[in-house]
Design a protein around this ligand. Structure first.
Ligand code: GLU
Ligand code: ZN
Length: 491
């Protein structure tokens, strides 16, 4: 058995798309399952499409998910450099080799001529493609072009008849008629290769055994197969993975919400949930298992259970998985993961309080970020509920009554011992019963007074953690807000 060597070959054109990261995950799982090597290669030959921090965003996404690479940026390896822009002489060498062996030719067509050709083809409703004008030039014509100083591109000389077939582990045999394959540019006039030449040269040079990529590349396969044949190289096995679509079965895009893995991190998704979710986009183990740890995935993943049809991105499932993994964390781990979200919201505050609060929210949140609005009031000195918020439905129109109710609550809390959740519950329920306040209305009033929020962790636990002094200070403040809102009593 040869050692499995697979590569993830992103282009640094922005924060990687979630579908692209799914490809990285499948590639990584395949490598780890087979005890092979996972290589990251940066395909940065299309300089116009590059963005400044593109590389960093790619590596950051991989690191966050824990997809470690054996060769590539930062770690090096025996087949480097791992950025294509640093390998130009190699592609130039092989492009010229192809010309010398009549598998490729120099094309001198100007941009203007190609533009005109495209327009004519459109007008005649012909399929677009290079008309091969430079392919059959006489030597004299060619010399004249060279002497005029035009720098040519190099194009693949696709066979004029017949068909090209290659095998795909997921899609089976794929066949294209050669007459439908364009004489693809391989080397541009600036000396940069196109994707097609660079990918074939590198996959060969880097001894890749299996090519994994999205099946949007299916129609590039024949060009690559022709190149392998021309070079006399063995083509690696090929697995073109199904696309990820939105719920409307359209290509997953910003219209469907977040599409970059960095966004998901910032919204408070856990990497373990993300891995589990992405693994199920196009792969399944059986017809019912949904939860897979990283180790289980490494053990169970293989390409034979990747489906050829597109996968649908189901946000509800991601939320469900994220909730599952949040509940599986220890209190300490969850608190540690929530901490950066509180910091980002400017809520510094006490780690002991955070640890006390964490169990109260663990079953309630689906993302780490949701912890912020559920707990922010613990980490600020005071809260500012409005009179309308305090009154709600329960005390609507009766601020004086609400102020009295709060006064009674303060008296109850001042006298309470011990100051814990069960004692608080008992005392406040008893208060509601012996006065004429509705229990629900009273609790809502107290909740708004001490948190300024209508959705919070359980009330009595919240009061216990806030403590007697802070709770009473907030209640006093709320009482003043209500008194200020009360109509002036007639003397
Ligand atoms: N650079 C290509 C991409 O980002 C790689 C395709 C391939 O893996 O061959 O999609
Ligand atoms: Zn030409």
């Amino acid at each position: 058995m040869t050692l499995v060597r697979v590569r993830y070959a992103p282009s640094p054109t922005g924060a990687p798309h979630i579908g692209n990261i799914r490809t990285a995950l499948f590639t990584w799982l395949f490598a780890r399952h087979h005890g092979g090597k996972f290589i990251v290669r940066i395909e940065d030959t299309d300089q116009a499409r590059e963005v400044d921090n593109g590389l960093e965003l790619i590596l950051e996404s991989l690191r966050w998910l824990g997809l470690d690479w054996d060769e590539g940026p930062g770690v090096g390896g025996p087949f480097g450099p791992y950025s294509q822009s640093e390998r130009l002489p190699l592609y130039q060498k092989w492009a010229h080799w192809l010309v010398e062996h009549s598998h490729a030719y120099r094309c001198y067509c100007t941009t203007e001529r190609l533009e005109q050709m495209r327009k004519d083809q459109e007008a005649r409703k012909q399929s677009p493609g290079y008309d091969r004008r430079c392919r059959f030039m006489s030597d004299a014509e060619r010399r004249a072009k060279e002497q005029s100083g035009i720098v040519p591109v190099i194009r693949l000389a696709v066979p004029l008849s017949g068909a090209t077939t290659y095998h795909d582990l997921i899609h089976g045999d794929v066949t294209f008629d050669n007459k439908n394959i364009d004489d693809q540019v391989l080397l541009k006039s600036d000396g940069f290769p196109t994707y097609h030449l660079a990918v074939v040269v590198d996959d060969h040079e880097m001894q890749i055994t299996h090519i994994t990529r999205g099946d949007d590349w299916i129609s590039s396969g024949p060009k690559h197969a022709l190149l392998y044949r021309a070079f006399g190289w063995e083509m690696p096995a090929l697995a073109q993975l199904p696309m990820t679509l939105g719920p409307d079965r359209k290509k997953l895009s910003k219209r469907h919400g977040s599409t970059s893995v960095i966004d998901f991190r910032e919204q408070g998704y856990l990497p373990e949930a993300m891995i589990n979710f992405l693994a199920r986009l196009g792969w399944s183990y059986d017809d019912h298992t949904e939860i897979f740890s990283r180790d289980e995935l490494i053990r169970l993943f293989d390409l034979d259970r990747v489906h050829p049809s597109a996968a649908i991105f189901d946000m509800e499932k991601l939320n469900w998985l994220n909730g599952h993994y949040i509940r599986a964390l220890s209190t300490l781990e969850l608190a540690q993961r929530v901490r950066p979200f509180l910091d980002a919201a400017g809520l510094e505050g006490d780690n002991d309080v955070l640890l006390a609060v964490t169990p109260l929210i663990q079953t309630r949140i689906k993302t780490l970020k949701e912890a912020v609005s559920l707990t922010d009031f613990f980490f600020v000195e005071r809260v500012e509920p409005s009179a309308a918020q305090l009154l709600g439905k329960g005390f609507g129109g009766r601020p004086d009554q609400a102020a009295d109710a709060i006064g009674a609550v303060i008296d109850t809390l001042r006298a309470l011992s011990p100051f814990d959740a069960p004692a608080l519950e008992q005392a406040l329920r008893a208060l509601a019963e012996r006065s004429n306040f509705k229990t629900g209305a009273l609790f809502t009033l107290v909740r708004e007074a001490i948190t300024a929020r209508s959705v919070t962790p359980p009330l009595f636990d919240t009061i216990a953690i806030l403590g007697r002094e802070r709770t009473c200070a907030r209640l006093e403040h709320a009482r003043r807000v209500l008194q200020a809102a009360a109509p002036i009593q007639a003397p």
